[in-house]
Design a binder for this molecule. Sequence first.
Ligand SMILES: [Zn+2]
Length: 131
Amino acid sequence: MFFQKFQRFMYGRYGSDGFSFFLLLLALVCTFLGSLFFWPLTLLADAVYIYTVFRMFSRNIPARQREYYAFLKVWGPVKSWFALQKRKFSERKYTRYFKCPQCKQQLRAPRGRGKIEVTCQRCHHVFITKT
Ligand SMILES: [Zn+2]
């Protein structure tokens, strides 16, 4: 009964997405840090909670989607940087990572091969590096 009423209430409303999840985590962290160190942070957390709830119940779906895509534009590179760091760490014993001196493309080669000649896949610059 209540669930069906809620379903009817949410019909045509935006709901949640990855940005809402991020905002909720941010608000939780602000609440936690605010209660320990600096109380005005809890006000910021309250503002973020209110904004998150507003986004979930909003009927202006295109505007909420634009916000989500703007969020993804910023979050995507951050996420892939962390994924690269994780991969570098897990392969650190067998693989050496380096950048192309010309175009800064991230490259990798097996460790322990001595001096090798590398051809960049992106700009075809040839250089010598130690692995
Ligand atoms: Zn290159």
